[in-house]
Design a protein around this ligand. Sequence first.
Ligand code: MTE
Length: 323
Amino acid sequence: MIIKQRPSWAISESEVTPESIYLNRRKFMSGLAVTAAAMAIPGLTQAAENQGKPALNYRKVVDYSTDETATPYSDITRYNNFYEFGPSKEDPARHAGQMVVDPWSVEVEGECARPGRYALEDLLKPHSYQERIYRLRCVEAWSMVIPWVGVPLADILKQLEPTSKAKYVYFETLQNPEQMPGQRSLFSTIDWPYREGLRMDEAMNELSFLAVGLYGKELLNQNGAPIRLVVPWKYGFKSIKSIVKIRFMKERPMTSWEMIAPDEYGFYANVNPEVDHPRWSQSRERRLPSGVFRPNWIETTKFNGYGEQVAGLYKGMDLATFY
Ligand code: MTE
Protein backbone atom coordinates (compact mmCIF):
# COMPACT_ATOMS: atom_id res chain seq x y z
CA MET A 1 0.00 0.00 0.00
CA ILE A 2 1.21 3.48 -0.76
CA ILE A 3 0.86 5.92 2.11
CA LYS A 4 0.83 9.41 0.67
CA GLN A 5 2.99 11.68 2.76
CA ARG A 6 5.59 14.36 2.28
CA PRO A 7 8.65 12.66 0.75
CA SER A 8 11.90 13.02 2.66
CA TRP A 9 13.35 15.13 -0.16
CA ALA A 10 10.79 17.85 0.43
CA ILE A 11 12.56 21.03 1.48
CA SER A 12 11.20 24.34 2.59
CA GLU A 13 11.00 27.36 0.29
CA SER A 14 13.35 29.33 2.55
CA GLU A 15 16.01 26.68 2.13
CA VAL A 16 16.14 27.04 -1.62
CA THR A 17 16.00 30.80 -2.22
CA PRO A 18 19.20 32.41 -0.90
CA GLU A 19 21.49 34.41 -3.17
CA SER A 20 23.46 32.69 -5.84
CA ILE A 21 27.17 32.58 -5.19
CA TYR A 22 28.50 31.09 -8.35
CA LEU A 23 27.12 31.12 -11.83
CA ASN A 24 26.59 27.79 -13.47
CA ARG A 25 29.03 27.43 -16.30
CA ARG A 26 27.71 25.61 -19.28
CA LYS A 27 31.00 25.38 -21.01
CA PHE A 28 31.61 22.17 -22.86
CA MET A 29 34.99 20.91 -23.83
CA SER A 30 35.22 20.19 -27.48
CA GLY A 31 37.43 17.91 -29.46
CA LEU A 32 38.08 14.26 -30.02
CA ALA A 33 37.82 11.40 -27.60
CA VAL A 34 41.19 10.64 -26.13
CA THR A 35 42.34 8.05 -23.66
CA ALA A 36 41.78 8.81 -20.02
CA ALA A 37 45.42 8.25 -19.29
CA ALA A 38 46.33 11.11 -21.59
CA MET A 39 43.98 13.60 -19.99
CA ALA A 40 43.95 15.25 -16.60
CA ILE A 41 40.46 14.60 -15.26
CA PRO A 42 39.19 17.17 -12.77
CA GLY A 43 39.32 15.66 -9.31
CA LEU A 44 40.80 12.37 -10.45
CA THR A 45 42.85 12.24 -7.28
CA GLN A 46 39.58 11.49 -5.53
CA ALA A 47 39.69 8.11 -7.20
CA ALA A 48 42.38 7.16 -4.70
CA GLU A 49 39.57 6.66 -2.19
CA ASN A 50 38.06 4.07 -4.47
CA GLN A 51 40.98 1.66 -4.28
CA GLY A 52 38.83 -1.31 -3.33
CA LYS A 53 36.89 -1.41 -6.61
CA PRO A 54 38.28 -2.79 -9.87
CA ALA A 55 39.50 -0.18 -12.35
CA LEU A 56 37.69 0.00 -15.68
CA ASN A 57 39.13 0.51 -19.15
CA TYR A 58 37.47 3.42 -20.85
CA ARG A 59 38.02 6.31 -23.20
CA LYS A 60 37.17 9.82 -22.23
CA VAL A 61 34.47 11.39 -24.37
CA VAL A 62 35.04 15.09 -24.05
CA ASP A 63 32.26 16.14 -26.42
CA TYR A 64 29.62 15.44 -23.80
CA SER A 65 31.67 16.26 -20.71
CA THR A 66 31.53 19.43 -18.68
CA ASP A 67 34.80 21.00 -17.55
CA GLU A 68 33.24 22.07 -14.24
CA THR A 69 35.07 20.75 -11.19
CA ALA A 70 33.98 17.23 -10.38
CA THR A 71 32.34 16.70 -7.00
CA PRO A 72 34.66 14.86 -4.59
CA TYR A 73 34.30 11.10 -4.54
CA SER A 74 33.44 11.20 -0.85
CA ASP A 75 30.34 13.37 -1.52
CA ILE A 76 29.22 11.32 -4.51
CA THR A 77 29.38 8.12 -2.49
CA ARG A 78 28.16 9.31 0.92
CA TYR A 79 25.35 11.70 0.08
CA ASN A 80 22.85 9.53 -1.79
CA ASN A 81 19.22 8.90 -2.52
CA PHE A 82 18.53 5.17 -2.67
CA TYR A 83 15.30 4.64 -0.75
CA GLU A 84 15.66 0.87 -0.86
CA PHE A 85 18.29 1.40 1.86
CA GLY A 86 16.48 4.06 3.87
CA PRO A 87 15.30 7.66 3.59
CA SER A 88 18.33 9.59 4.84
CA LYS A 89 21.30 10.63 2.70
CA GLU A 90 23.69 8.50 4.78
CA ASP A 91 21.58 5.31 4.71
CA PRO A 92 22.72 4.03 1.29
CA ALA A 93 26.44 4.21 2.16
CA ARG A 94 25.67 2.51 5.47
CA HIS A 95 23.44 -0.31 4.22
CA ALA A 96 23.94 -0.87 0.48
CA GLY A 97 26.87 -3.21 1.06
CA GLN A 98 24.25 -5.90 1.81
CA MET A 99 23.10 -5.95 -1.81
CA VAL A 100 24.56 -8.82 -3.84
CA VAL A 101 25.57 -7.42 -7.25
CA ASP A 102 27.49 -10.35 -8.71
CA PRO A 103 26.12 -12.36 -10.47
CA TRP A 104 23.59 -9.90 -11.95
CA SER A 105 21.13 -10.36 -14.77
CA VAL A 106 18.70 -8.11 -16.59
CA GLU A 107 15.31 -9.31 -17.84
CA VAL A 108 14.37 -7.85 -21.22
CA GLU A 109 10.73 -7.99 -22.28
CA GLY A 110 8.01 -6.36 -24.37
CA GLU A 111 8.19 -4.90 -27.85
CA CYS A 112 11.57 -6.13 -29.05
CA ALA A 113 13.03 -8.94 -31.16
CA ARG A 114 15.47 -10.16 -28.50
CA PRO A 115 13.64 -10.60 -25.19
CA GLY A 116 15.13 -12.83 -22.48
CA ARG A 117 17.26 -12.87 -19.38
CA TYR A 118 20.77 -11.54 -20.00
CA ALA A 119 23.77 -11.96 -17.75
CA LEU A 120 25.04 -8.41 -17.25
CA GLU A 121 28.43 -9.24 -18.77
CA ASP A 122 26.73 -10.52 -21.95
CA LEU A 123 24.71 -7.34 -22.28
CA LEU A 124 27.86 -5.23 -21.91
CA LYS A 125 30.32 -7.42 -23.85
CA PRO A 126 29.85 -5.86 -27.32
CA HIS A 127 30.53 -2.35 -26.01
CA SER A 128 33.55 -0.35 -24.92
CA TYR A 129 33.29 1.97 -21.96
CA GLN A 130 33.30 5.75 -22.13
CA GLU A 131 33.75 8.36 -19.45
CA ARG A 132 31.33 11.27 -19.45
CA ILE A 133 31.43 14.03 -16.86
CA TYR A 134 27.81 15.05 -16.37
CA ARG A 135 25.96 17.37 -14.03
CA LEU A 136 23.35 15.64 -11.84
CA ARG A 137 20.55 17.92 -10.59
CA CYS A 138 18.23 16.45 -7.95
CA VAL A 139 14.63 17.65 -7.69
CA GLU A 140 15.50 18.52 -4.07
CA ALA A 141 17.67 21.39 -5.42
CA TRP A 142 21.16 20.02 -4.81
CA SER A 143 23.55 19.04 -7.59
CA MET A 144 26.86 17.35 -8.30
CA VAL A 145 29.30 16.88 -11.19
CA ILE A 146 30.03 13.18 -11.68
CA PRO A 147 32.59 11.45 -13.91
CA TRP A 148 30.56 8.40 -14.96
CA VAL A 149 31.92 5.38 -16.82
CA GLY A 150 29.52 3.36 -18.94
CA VAL A 151 27.83 2.84 -22.28
CA PRO A 152 25.35 4.97 -24.24
CA LEU A 153 21.86 3.65 -23.49
CA ALA A 154 21.04 3.71 -27.22
CA ASP A 155 23.80 1.17 -27.94
CA ILE A 156 22.37 -1.34 -25.47
CA LEU A 157 18.77 -0.78 -26.60
CA LYS A 158 19.61 -1.18 -30.30
CA GLN A 159 21.21 -4.53 -29.54
CA LEU A 160 17.83 -5.69 -28.14
CA GLU A 161 16.11 -4.69 -31.40
CA PRO A 162 13.02 -2.79 -30.32
CA THR A 163 10.08 -3.09 -32.73
CA SER A 164 8.34 -0.09 -34.28
CA LYS A 165 5.61 -0.52 -31.62
CA ALA A 166 8.05 0.36 -28.84
CA LYS A 167 7.23 3.96 -27.92
CA TYR A 168 8.56 3.88 -24.34
CA VAL A 169 11.17 2.01 -22.37
CA TYR A 170 10.58 1.07 -18.75
CA PHE A 171 13.15 0.13 -16.07
CA GLU A 172 12.91 -1.58 -12.73
CA THR A 173 15.30 -1.81 -9.79
CA LEU A 174 16.02 -4.98 -7.84
CA GLN A 175 13.33 -5.96 -5.35
CA ASN A 176 14.87 -7.89 -2.49
CA PRO A 177 13.61 -6.93 0.99
CA GLU A 178 16.14 -9.25 2.63
CA GLN A 179 18.99 -7.18 1.21
CA MET A 180 17.17 -3.84 1.16
CA PRO A 181 15.99 -2.58 4.57
CA GLY A 182 13.98 0.28 3.01
CA GLN A 183 11.78 -2.29 1.26
CA ARG A 184 10.99 -3.88 4.63
CA SER A 185 10.01 -0.56 6.21
CA LEU A 186 6.34 -0.04 7.01
CA PHE A 187 6.84 3.70 6.56
CA SER A 188 8.01 3.57 2.97
CA THR A 189 5.98 5.66 0.52
CA ILE A 190 7.24 3.74 -2.51
CA ASP A 191 5.33 0.81 -3.97
CA TRP A 192 8.35 -1.43 -4.74
CA PRO A 193 10.10 -2.07 -7.03
CA TYR A 194 11.37 1.41 -7.94
CA ARG A 195 10.22 2.12 -11.51
CA GLU A 196 11.23 4.60 -14.17
CA GLY A 197 10.69 5.17 -17.85
CA LEU A 198 11.62 7.25 -20.86
CA ARG A 199 10.04 8.00 -24.18
CA MET A 200 11.87 6.01 -26.84
CA ASP A 201 13.39 9.10 -28.49
CA GLU A 202 14.63 10.32 -25.09
CA ALA A 203 16.19 6.92 -24.45
CA MET A 204 17.92 6.97 -27.85
CA ASN A 205 19.27 10.50 -27.31
CA GLU A 206 23.06 10.71 -27.37
CA LEU A 207 23.22 11.83 -23.72
CA SER A 208 21.24 8.94 -22.16
CA PHE A 209 23.78 6.70 -20.50
CA LEU A 210 24.03 3.44 -18.56
CA ALA A 211 26.74 3.80 -15.92
CA VAL A 212 28.74 0.92 -14.49
CA GLY A 213 31.40 3.04 -12.81
CA LEU A 214 32.49 6.45 -11.60
CA TYR A 215 35.89 8.05 -11.09
CA GLY A 216 37.33 5.26 -13.26
CA LYS A 217 36.24 2.34 -11.13
CA GLU A 218 33.19 0.12 -10.72
CA LEU A 219 30.19 1.72 -9.02
CA LEU A 220 29.77 1.35 -5.29
CA ASN A 221 26.41 -0.16 -4.39
CA GLN A 222 25.05 3.11 -2.99
CA ASN A 223 25.43 4.67 -6.45
CA GLY A 224 23.40 1.94 -8.15
CA ALA A 225 25.81 -0.93 -8.81
CA PRO A 226 26.18 -2.81 -10.98
CA ILE A 227 24.30 -0.77 -13.62
CA ARG A 228 22.21 2.41 -13.42
CA LEU A 229 20.64 4.91 -15.74
CA VAL A 230 21.96 8.48 -16.06
CA VAL A 231 19.73 11.04 -17.80
CA PRO A 232 21.55 14.33 -17.14
CA TRP A 233 18.90 16.78 -18.38
CA LYS A 234 16.24 15.35 -16.06
CA TYR A 235 15.86 15.49 -12.29
CA GLY A 236 17.94 12.82 -10.57
CA PHE A 237 14.99 10.58 -9.68
CA LYS A 238 14.76 9.51 -13.35
CA SER A 239 18.27 8.02 -13.09
CA ILE A 240 17.16 4.65 -11.74
CA LYS A 241 19.72 2.49 -9.96
CA SER A 242 20.57 -1.24 -9.89
CA ILE A 243 18.46 -2.13 -12.94
CA VAL A 244 17.09 -5.68 -13.27
CA LYS A 245 14.39 -5.14 -15.90
CA ILE A 246 14.05 -3.36 -19.24
CA ARG A 247 10.64 -3.45 -20.91
CA PHE A 248 9.77 -1.94 -24.29
CA MET A 249 6.21 -0.62 -24.22
CA LYS A 250 3.50 0.78 -26.49
CA GLU A 251 1.97 2.81 -23.66
CA ARG A 252 3.59 5.25 -21.27
CA PRO A 253 4.53 3.45 -18.05
CA MET A 254 3.76 4.77 -14.57
CA THR A 255 6.87 5.70 -12.62
CA SER A 256 7.52 5.50 -8.88
CA TRP A 257 7.39 9.19 -7.97
CA GLU A 258 4.49 9.85 -10.29
CA MET A 259 2.60 7.07 -8.47
CA ILE A 260 3.29 8.75 -5.12
CA ALA A 261 2.57 12.40 -6.02
CA PRO A 262 1.60 13.00 -9.67
CA ASP A 263 1.03 16.71 -9.05
CA GLU A 264 4.63 17.08 -7.86
CA TYR A 265 6.69 14.61 -9.89
CA GLY A 266 5.84 14.19 -13.55
CA PHE A 267 6.90 11.62 -16.10
CA TYR A 268 9.13 14.07 -17.99
CA ALA A 269 10.88 15.66 -15.00
CA ASN A 270 13.10 17.83 -17.20
CA VAL A 271 15.24 20.21 -15.16
CA ASN A 272 13.46 23.53 -15.54
CA PRO A 273 14.13 26.66 -13.45
CA GLU A 274 10.93 28.21 -14.87
CA VAL A 275 8.63 25.54 -13.45
CA ASP A 276 8.76 25.42 -9.67
CA HIS A 277 7.96 22.38 -7.60
CA PRO A 278 4.59 23.09 -5.90
CA ARG A 279 6.42 23.45 -2.57
CA TRP A 280 9.75 25.06 -3.50
CA SER A 281 11.57 27.04 -6.18
CA GLN A 282 13.63 25.25 -8.82
CA SER A 283 15.51 28.36 -9.92
CA ARG A 284 18.68 27.57 -7.94
CA GLU A 285 20.60 24.58 -6.73
CA ARG A 286 23.13 23.82 -4.01
CA ARG A 287 26.24 22.49 -5.75
CA LEU A 288 27.99 19.91 -3.57
CA PRO A 289 30.24 20.11 -1.66
CA SER A 290 28.35 22.72 0.29
CA GLY A 291 28.22 23.69 3.93
CA VAL A 292 26.46 26.03 6.32
CA PHE A 293 28.97 28.85 5.75
CA ARG A 294 29.47 28.15 2.05
CA PRO A 295 26.19 26.77 0.75
CA ASN A 296 27.40 27.18 -2.84
CA TRP A 297 24.11 28.16 -4.47
CA ILE A 298 24.21 28.47 -8.26
CA GLU A 299 21.61 29.24 -10.90
CA THR A 300 19.77 26.24 -12.35
CA THR A 301 19.73 26.12 -16.13
CA LYS A 302 17.00 24.73 -18.38
CA PHE A 303 17.54 21.06 -19.24
CA ASN A 304 20.40 21.24 -16.74
CA GLY A 305 22.46 22.99 -19.43
CA TYR A 306 21.93 20.27 -22.06
CA GLY A 307 19.36 22.16 -24.15
CA GLU A 308 21.50 22.02 -27.27
CA GLN A 309 21.24 18.23 -27.31
CA VAL A 310 17.69 17.73 -26.03
CA ALA A 311 15.44 20.79 -26.49
CA GLY A 312 14.29 19.42 -29.87
CA LEU A 313 12.72 16.41 -28.15
CA TYR A 314 10.10 18.69 -26.63
CA LYS A 315 9.33 21.00 -29.54
CA GLY A 316 5.75 22.25 -29.34
CA MET A 317 5.20 20.81 -25.85
CA ASP A 318 4.15 23.01 -22.94
CA LEU A 319 6.77 22.07 -20.36
CA ALA A 320 4.67 23.48 -17.52
CA THR A 321 1.93 20.96 -18.40
CA PHE A 322 4.31 18.11 -19.19
CA TYR A 323 6.55 18.63 -16.14
N1 MTE B 1 16.97 4.58 -7.93
C1 MTE B 1 16.42 3.75 -7.03
N2 MTE B 1 16.27 2.46 -7.35
N3 MTE B 1 16.00 4.17 -5.82
C2 MTE B 1 16.10 5.48 -5.45
O1 MTE B 1 15.70 5.85 -4.34
N4 MTE B 1 16.79 7.74 -6.10
C3 MTE B 1 16.87 8.65 -7.26
C4 MTE B 1 17.89 8.15 -8.29
N5 MTE B 1 17.73 6.73 -8.51
C5 MTE B 1 16.66 6.40 -6.38
C6 MTE B 1 17.14 5.89 -7.62
C7 MTE B 1 17.19 10.01 -6.87
S1 MTE B 1 15.94 10.87 -6.09
C8 MTE B 1 18.38 10.60 -7.17
S2 MTE B 1 18.65 12.26 -6.90
C9 MTE B 1 19.51 9.82 -7.72
O2 MTE B 1 19.20 8.43 -7.83
C10 MTE B 1 20.71 9.98 -6.80
O3 MTE B 1 21.82 9.30 -7.32
P1 MTE B 1 23.16 9.26 -6.46
O4 MTE B 1 22.81 8.80 -5.07
O5 MTE B 1 24.08 8.31 -7.17
O6 MTE B 1 23.70 10.68 -6.45
